[in-house]
Write a new protein. Structure first.
Lengths: 777, 157
């Protein structure tokens, strides 16, 4: 095992001093003396034509400085993948809560009063709220021109209200059922849920004298935000700067351009800085929630517990507007990423309805289908009389297995399951009434590679620059945004490691669209892997330039040099060298240019470097799936027989992260993901009836508190990836994937009821127990 | 109709003219520029606006500024006045209890109020005291450990 100085250490985060003292500036902390308050007028109808908008009375209200409607925008549809919405509704509204107009006024009270003075005439249209109904012929059409919409997704095959659908087949399932000893069928439902970050969507926008707009946004992908704002308002990128600010949690909900273009419009029209903050009511009714789902599974096994056949149908409600097209593909991975199943038919659908829009949220589509799959596997194990962990181990994929045409590399699932078994052995103890244990696993992420080592289908997502200061300290310039999971820290650690300097010697410029290269965003559990790779390559490039500069002065070849202790020196002879500062200062002469390391996540030359470490031969043309993010959880619960309330007693979470660049950060991501998943499992549900949200505030939308959670035992597995920096994979999202199923499985073990709908509220659990005991509980 | 009041914040006195309906959180953030106190919901649900009022942890979004004139208010900015971090701030750093940081000021002040009253608080008391502070990033795991480490250190004194 290689010894590293800086990476692999649990170093404190770069910005933590500012966070504990209240010095960090979030996007709502930027103050201007002449700042106005912006507020949005939302549609009261679920589906309607807009006949007229009259803002005259609102404009006349003293203190109102600007009002905007679609008339203030170029009528361009925007979206993150499918361009299906306008910044402000044009001729139709498609959900209750859709932005129709916005006001900027001297204070919040005036802005709210102005909203009430805006008159909008609607002509209501028939609406549909159930995705299964929306799929039927004759259902009200939500997007009439859908097939003419521009879409960035690889698969775009809309039909009626079905935005996208996917099918995967393997083997011959109709024949396969005959060979099954046991067949189990069931349906699982999950509700829409909310990201619940403590920092709401708050945007501040200011225009300077030349007409250039600066945006401080609660957004983790500023380069994409700039792109979407420019597209929506038909402005060149030179006129927009997204400035860095601390982001208070994201979980997938701060990657779209929803309120930001509106805030910019108000700033441009009023000529003053504007702050636009969403209330929790607006958050819960008009932002992109996690898609609700219905999953139907039919699974067949042999008597010994070999998986033979799986038939699945998943329907996602994507609401009135879609954030990212791709549920069908992703759900395939979650259902199929862990086990050998020779016969599969999987159909998945992403369907528009007149509910509020749906989008990315921590491991999009995975917690939904993992709840279904992991609950289902458990029921099959119970019916066969096989231990649920043994059942999963028996069928788990191994290195080299082929799944969906890809060869699986470095899977961690078996190791995670073995460690879970060991934990259960040590902690299970005697069975007590109403107490039970449940296990569930997860698969996420992974990189498609071809055997030559090139990452496939990976456009230039991340680049980084490493600049050397005259005293030998370094500046890392990266587009990545810190939203809490620690990327800025880990990137600084990588630079320090490669350049042989201290962690404190690396400062980071991040997130600013003016000063940093394009970055896809802190998302998809790709940041350590992709951004980390670009940073490592940039630091290595800087190092190579230092070697080049030193080789001449020291009269040796670059291959004889090493870098450590802030110096470039002959390998084995640290005294024969020069300081990094000297070399950086002299580079103008020795190299004819300043030293600037450049790295990109997709780069020529990776191929030959990786080929050396290639573990097995692959057939020509075959793809690999590198860096799968596998994990296994075990949870002990206690169910109150009188109320159905589920209480956590113990929680164990084991994840394969490839290499833990900062172990404390990795633990934090696992623990946070568990907390997130517990909310999904037990408390959270956006209740919508006929398009109207019944619980649009944090009293009735129940986020987990410190009393709902327990200490979490984490275990980190390190099976290195091929392409990640230092073998790293990812962990931010998979940690929340298995939780709901693990808890549902524990409830089954405790009281013998199988709940197939989330969340496991006391009512649902109690009613199930009543039914089971024939009403005599 | 503005009221002239004196607010005592972090040991300093501020003469202000504020309308009676304005919550303390808005006056602290916008009038005094003390943005360390956050406004996560405005309705007393999330706890990110927590400040200490005469030593007790309260939601400043549920208090009218005019009602707390001449009372002793401490915000997160008042915890390390000379740059020397409070043991709780140090513990949060050491234990990795800070991710996005938006809930951190509220958590630290709530913990301070708890430990000032009950220095040897155990894990259950800590979890109960934090129930009014939502954290979405950490699962509370390292937050509880950080506060416990300070409680256990103090308990030995």
């Amino acid at each position: 095992m290689t010894e590293y100085r800086i990476i692999g250490q649990s170093l404190p985060k770069k910005e933590v001093g500012d966070k504990v003292t209240g010095k960090s500036k979030y996007s709502g902390d930027i103050l201007f003396p002449d700042m106005l308050i912006g507020k949005i007028l939302h549609s009261p109808c679920s589906h309607a034509r807009i006949l007229s908008i009259d803002t005259s009375r609102a404009t006349a209200l003293p203190g109102v400085k600007a009002i905007v409607t679609h008339e203030d925008t170029p009528l361009i549809r925007i979206g993150r993948t499918v361009m299906d919405r306008y910044v402000l509704a044009y001729d139709r509204v498609r959900f209750l809560g859709e932005p129709v107009a916005a006001v900027a006024a001297v204070d919040e009270e005036t802005a709210e009063e102005a909203l009430e003075l805006i008159r909008v005439e609607y002509d209501e249209l028939p609406a549909v709220f159930d995705p299964l109904q929306a799929m039927e012929p004759g259902a009200p059409l939500i997007h009439e021109g859908l097939s003419s919409y521009e879409c960035l997704a690889a698969k775009f095959n809309p039909q009626g209200n079905v935005l996208s659908q996917g099918m995967f087949t393997e083997g011959e399932i109709e024949k396969a059922w005959k060979y099954c000893y046991l067949i189990h069928e069931d349906s699982y439902r999950t509700p829409p849920v909310y990201h619940g970050f403590t920092q709401p969507h708050e945007t501040t926008a200011a225009v300077d004298a030349s007409g250039r707009v600066t945006i401080w946004a609660a957004n983790k992908a500023p380069h994409l935000l700039r792109q979407m704002v420019c597209q929506a308002l038909n402005l060149p990128m030179s006129r927009i700067r997204v400035a860095p600010s601390t982001v208070g949690g994201d979980f997938g909900g701060k990657g779209n351009a929803h309120t930001e273009p509106i805030c910019v419009l108000l700033a441009l029209k009023s000529g003053q800085p504007v702050r636009l903050t969403l209330s929790r009511h607006e958050e819960l009714t008009s932002t992109f929630l996690r898609e609700a789902s219905v999953t139907h599974l039919k699974m067949g096994v042999s008597k010994d517990g070999d998986l033979i056949a799986l038939q699945g149908k998943v329907v996602y409600d994507t609401g009135a507007y879609c954030d990212v097209v791709g549920g069908p593909t992703a759900s395939g991975t979650s259902l199929l990423g862990l086990h050998r199943i020779p016969n599969v038919v999987l159909n998945a659908y992403q369907v528009y309805t007149n509910n509020s829009p749906r989008g990315q949220m921590r491991a999009p589509t995975s917690p939904q289908v993992a709840f279904a799959m992991e609950s289902h596997l458990d029921m099959v194990a119970w019916k066969l009389g096989i231990d649920p962990v043994e059942f999963r181990l028996r069928n788990a994929l191994e290195e080299g297995d082929i799944l969906r045409g890809q060869r699986i590399m470095n899977p961690g699932i078996k190791e995670a399951l073995r460690r879970t078994q060991e934990y259960l052995r040590q902690n299970r103890g005697e069975a007590k009434p109403n107490q039970g244990w449940g296990v569930a696993t997860c698969d996420y992420g992974g990189m498609a590679m071809d055997p030559s080592g090139y990452l496939k289908n990976a456009p230039l997502e991340s680049s980084a620059w490493v600049k050397l200061n005259e005293d030998g300290t370094a500046v890392l310039i990266t587009g990545v945004t810190e939203q809490g999971c620690g990327p800025v820290t880990v990137m600084a650690q990588i630079v320090a490691e490669v350049l042989g300097i201290g962690y404190e010697d690396v400062s980071v410029v991040s997130s600013d669209t003016d000063g940093t290269p394009f970055e896809l965003g802190t998302s998809g559990s790709r940041t350590t892997h992709r951004v980390g790779l670009s940073v490592k390559l940039a630091a290595e490039d800087a190092r190579n330039q230092l070697f080049e500069a030193a080789a001449g002065s020291l009269e040796v070849s670059a291959s004889e040099l090493a870098i450590s202790g802030g110096r470039v020196h002959m390998q084995g002879y640290p005294e024969r060298g020069m300081s990094i500062g000297e070399l950086a200062t002299a580079a103008a002469i020795t190299l004819g240019r300043p030293i600037l390391g450049i790295g990109s996540a997709l780069q020529k030359g990776i191929g030959s470097a990786l080929r050396k470490g290639k573990p097995i031969a692959a057939s020509k043309g075959e793809e690999w799936r590198d860096a799968p993010q596998h994990g296994a959880h075990a949870v002990q619960v206690e169910v109150d027989p009188g109320t159905g309330q589920v209480r956590l007693l113990k929680y164990f979470a084991c994840h394969d992260v490839g290499f833990a660049l900062n172990p404390q950060n990795v633990e934090g991501q696992i623990e946070g993901g568990v907390g997130f998943g517990v909310g999904y499992a037990l408390f959270e549900e956006v209740l919508i009836k006929e398009g109207k949200t019944l619980n649009p505030d944090l009293t009735d939308y129940r986020l987990p508190t410190s009393c709902d959670l327990v200490d979490i035992d984490t275990d980190i597995v390190e099976i290195p990836s091929i392409s990640g920096p230092f073998g790293a994979k990812g962990v931010g999202e998979p940690s929340n994937v298995p939780v709901a199923a693990a808890i549902a499985n524990a409830v089954y073990d405790a009281v013998g009821v199988r709940i197939t709908q989330l969340p496991l509220t006391p009512e649902r659990v109690f009613q199930a127990m009543q039914l089971k005991s024939g009403g005599n509980a | 109709m503005k009221h002239n009041i004196t607010l005592r914040v972090n040991g300093e006195s501020y003469q202000l003219a504020v309308e009676p309906h304005r919550p303390l959180v808005d006056v602290l953030r916008n009038d005094l520029g003390l943005t360390g106190t956050k406004k996560g919901c405005g309705h007393g649900h999330c706890g990110t606006c927590t400040i200490l009022l005469d030593g007790k942890a309260v939601n400043s979004c549920l208090i009218l500024a005019v009602d707390v004139a001449d009372r002793n208010i401490v915000t997160i900015e008042g915890l390390a006045p000379d740059g020397k971090l409070h043991p709780l701030q140090e513990a949060f750093i050491r234990h990795g209890a800070v991710q996005c940081g938006f809930c951190t000021p509220g958590l630290i002040l709530t913990a301070k109020a708890l430990l000032d009253e009950n220095p040897a608080s155990g894990p259950e008391e800590i979890r109960f005291a934090l129930a009014g502070n939502i954290c979405r990033c950490t699962g509370y795991a390292k937050v509880v450990k950080a506060i416990l480490s300070v409680a256990q250190g103090r308990g030995k004194e």
